[in-house]
Design a binder for this molecule. Structure first.
Ligand SMILES: *Cc1c(COP(=O)(O)O)cnc(C)c1O
Length: 386
């Protein structure tokens, strides 16, 4: 897909440009009516594809789904009410009691809790592996139903060799679900490297304005239909037309937003990497499948610097979870670990108590660097005054 084709895809408005409107219509309707008995019957017997009810399909949501499917190079997509609805919808549609899931050990915390709490209750077991240890992965995949991957991981940004891992899964006849929220479809396209299903938290880069919680799954017609038939009518985890519209708006600026997030992070990391007040910086390593590290990186303050004083001194960076919107954000690992995955969360993150994950927003790279530098000074003087 050329840059021109992508820009046309991101800004297209196929559904209803009858009036020449540049923004799509929001079909804020719970149900859709039929002119005659025969038209209604044709639809219910599957001979036509008109929308019936917005829990399962809606024209505005479908416009978003078409864009997402094409961006990820899948046949079809389903938009959900959150990233977790997409993950749980995909998993619950494809497993039954007695099945086993193999998952990378460093998943998003609520995906981990889905496996530990809900899957366990339903009689589905989960084996955690280091997905780059191909022998361990291969052994774990014997008799498994699903492989769940996420790469890069969202604290220290470990990456997984998608091609190698999905090759092994294919040898064992196991379906791979890949959480691509970190990279977005512009940074990485797992379906092109062997994954069967891609899931996203749209709440991050794809929506891009910190005003929507949404998710999606993308894959082949066959798998997406299986998920659609279960997750939408029976679990009811739909996305609303209004929120789909906000995401469509956000998609128009996705390439330029991502470029600025990444360049701002490059700039800030470049300036901070030799600062003696910072012990370590973690950032995703671009690879043959991952084109860039985006706006996320984690700093570990040097011994003695006060994490609390650093966080409280930040003015532009705000303290909070998530990422991908306008605002720069900071999340101290010591606090994140409290709501995260159990007693070994920090160890699982692979960072010390002095780690803070930073996200560079769109406020301007010089402003962001200055904010971090003044907060480092505050964290240092707190130490000296003790
Ligand atoms: C945020 C996130 C999720 C969950 O998505 P929600 O939209 O918050 O439900 C899942 N996976 C990753 C990697 C995430 O960053």
């Amino acid at each position: 897909m050329s840059d021109l084709e992508m820009q046309l895809l991101l800004s297209s408005n196929e559904v209803d440009d009858a009036f020449g409107s540049v923004a799509p219509a929001i079909h804020q309707s719970s149900l859709f009516t039929f002119p005659t008995y025969d038209a209604l019957e044709e639809r219910f017997s599957g001979k036509s594809e008109a929308d019936i009810y917005s829990r399962t399909s809606n024209p505005t949501v479908r416009l978003l789904e078409d864009k997402l499917a094409k961006l990820e190079r899948g046949d079809a997509a389903i938009a959900f009410g959150s990233g977790m609805a997409a993950i749980s919808g995909a998993v619950l549609s494809l497993v039954k009691a007695g099945d086993r899931i193999v998952s990378t050990f460093n998943t998003y915390s609520d995906a981990y809790r889905l496996f530990e709490i809900l899957m366990a209750r339903l009689g589905v077991s989960v084996t955690y592996v280091d997905c780059n240890d191909i022998d361990e992965l291969s052994n774990a995949l014997v008799g498994a139903r699903l492989l769940f991957l996420e790469s890069p991981s969202s604290y220290v940004f470990e990456t997984c060799d998608i091609k190698k891992a999905t090759d092994v899964a294919k040898q064992h006849g196991v379906i791979t679900i890949f959480d691509n929220s970190f990279a977005s479809p512009l940074g990485q396209k797992p379906l092109l490297h062997g994954a069967d299903i891609v899931v996203h938290s749209i709440s991050k880069y794809l929506s891009g304005h910190s005003d929507v919680v949404a998710g999606c799954v993308v894959g082949s017609h066959d798998l997406i239909n299986q998920i659609r038939d279960t997750a939408l009518p029976l679990l009811g985890a739909k996305l609303s037309a209004m929120e789909a519209w906000l995401v469509i708006r956000g998609l128009r600026t996705l390439p330029m937003r991502l470029r600025e997030h990444q360049e701002a992070a490059d700039f800030v990391v470049g300036k901070l990497k030799d600062d003696s007040r910072i012990a370590k910086i973690h950032r995703a390593m671009p690879s043959s499948t991952l084109s860039g590290a985006g706006g996320l990186f984690t700093v570990e303050l040097a011994d003695g610097l006060d994490v609390r004083a650093f966080c409280d001194a930040l003015k532009v960076f705000r303290l909070g979870v998530s990422w991908g919107g306008f605002e720069s954000l900071a999340l101290p690992a010591s606090v994140a670990a409290r709501i995260d995955s159990g007693p070994n969360a920090l160890q699982k993150f692979g960072v010390s108590r002095n780690a803070i994950r930073l996200f560079t927003g769109l406020e301007g790279r010089e402003v962001l660097l200055a904010d971090i530098c003044q907060a480092l000074t505050a964290a240092e003087s707190m130490e000296k005054s003790r």
